[in-house]
Design a binder for this molecule. Sequence first.
Ligand SMILES: Cc1cc2nc3c(=O)[nH]c(=O)nc-3n(C[C@H](O)[C@H](O)[C@H](O)COP(=O)(O)O)c2cc1C
Length: 328
Amino acid sequence: MDLKTKYLGLELNNPLIVSACTLGHSVDNIRKLEDNGAAAVVLPSIFQEEIEGHIEDIESILAESGAEATTYLPPSIADSSGPQNYLDLIRKARAAVDIPVIASLNGTSLTGWTDYAAQLEEAGANAIELNVYFLPTDLSLTGQQVEQRYVEILKAVKKAVKIPVSMKLSPYFSSLGHMVRQLDAAGADGFVLFNRFYQPDIDLEELTLQRDLNLSHRGEIRLPLLWLGALHGHVKGSLAASSGVQTAKEVVKYLFVGADAVMTASALIRHGVGYMKTLLDGLKLELEQREIESVSRIRGKMSRHAVADPTAFDRANYIKILQGAPRG
Ligand SMILES: Cc1cc2nc3c(=O)[nH]c(=O)nc-3n(C[C@H](O)[C@H](O)[C@H](O)COP(=O)(O)O)c2cc1C
């Protein structure tokens, strides 16, 4: 069975990628994930705030030493330096595994931190996943200004590196498809749908904001399923699904709507890194049962333009669903 796929121009043995999450902090985990069949790993994010918090240290040392790259930082600073440790993680992961290692760069404004992308490349990252985790709580910002921010940050990162750059997006754009096409035209090599925005809850006893991290459930595949299905065949960049994978069934559904790769974090955290093998074996079994010999045979077969009735993706479907709902 041929499970091979191409994502961001990278040849992958199968479509399963470890999504950016805490598991990727440990090289031991990354090695085990590869052993269990992961085709690539996205490292946890390095944040603009971490990079900027070290810029002065880094700049002053570079000025003193005349060195050109932060890889020359003395160990005393490197030990406590987030960005430096992140580069070390990339180097160690690269040395430990054969699968592609994708760095995750997470920031919100167009400042010098985007140059750090060049160091991710130099450390050996095979690609960069750019996560512009921007919450437009400034009520004076227009949708166009928000979109422009994404495009400008992407362009700055693309300018700094030669490796592929994907955009991890949230679904919260007034016209997601147009946003994706703008980023596609600006050179994004792929799209990860979707980012999860962590939303606060209120602790009514303490009257404090609760910031907890809930793992996903399978119902969460539906929104990415809809949008991957709408985008498949309409963008140059690759498409990766992220959200809600709990079993191989979700993986197969994502492939059917057009995903080139499928990412998973919560399921691996919930069941352990060995669960990657369960997902991969499950994927093989799902395909075998359907007598499908390669993932390329099903990719996009249920995308919006491939299904007989595309209105099932649309408003017409919504109306039908509401009309069929129980009336008490
Ligand atoms: C513990 C944990 C840590 C995460 N850390 C990051 C991160 O550093 N950067 C990022 O872009 N996404 C991060 N995510 C989001 C995941 O990459 C993924 O997009 C999201 O969890 C949905 O996928 P899932 O349903 O497979 O968990 C994290 C998720 C979890 C559960």
